[in-house]
Design a protein around this ligand. Structure first.
Ligand code: DQA
Length: 142
């Protein structure tokens, strides 16, 4: 069975209550339950941390366990060379996801250190971005 890891970075534990006009009113736990029901042919695991080093440790820990990673690194997207290096170091394809359209927001959100290390990026399609990334990995692993 295809095994995928979803990893969310800082402040994404507050989805549902955090700036709902930008990120919507659904918690990630609620969304994740619906996602697992939608993709029953895939094994999905979920991890969230607000701590950069813990995200890096988790990326390393995915080696040999999953065939794809869906990563919303939150604000670390725009700052973290260390997370970009971790993605490059593990030979697992990573899809970058952002709930909001980062290119339509503040200038400092327009740079992603991780995007060049990812196989692709999804931004601005709301929580559905995670489902689209899951579908990508299904299509890429026939
Ligand atoms: C985000 C966009 C980032 O700029 C922001 O720091 C987040 C969430 C998104 O999902 O739209 O925390 O990654």
């Amino acid at each position: 069975m295809l095994q995928l890891a979803i990893i969310n970075g800082p402040n994404l534990n507050l989805l549902g209550m955090r700036e709902p006009h930008i990120y919507g009113s659904q918690s990630f736990d609620q969304y994740f339950e619906a996602l697992k029901k939608r993709f029953t042919s895939v094994s999905l695991e979920y991890y969230q941390s607000n701590v950069e080093g813990e995200l890096i440790n988790h990326l390393h820990g995915c080696m040999g366990k999953v065939q794809g990673i869906i990563l919303n690194a939150g604000a670390y997207t725009h700052t973290s060379i260390a997370i970009a290096d971790a993605i490059a170091a593990i030979s697992i394809p990573v899809v970058e996801v952002h709930i909001s359209n980062v290119l339509a927001r503040e200038d400092y959100r327009k740079t992603s250190f991780i995007a060049p290390k990812c196989v692709g990026s999804i931004s601005g399609l709301g929580m559905n971005g995670y489902a689209l990334a899951v579908q990508h990995f299904i299509d890429a692993n026939p």
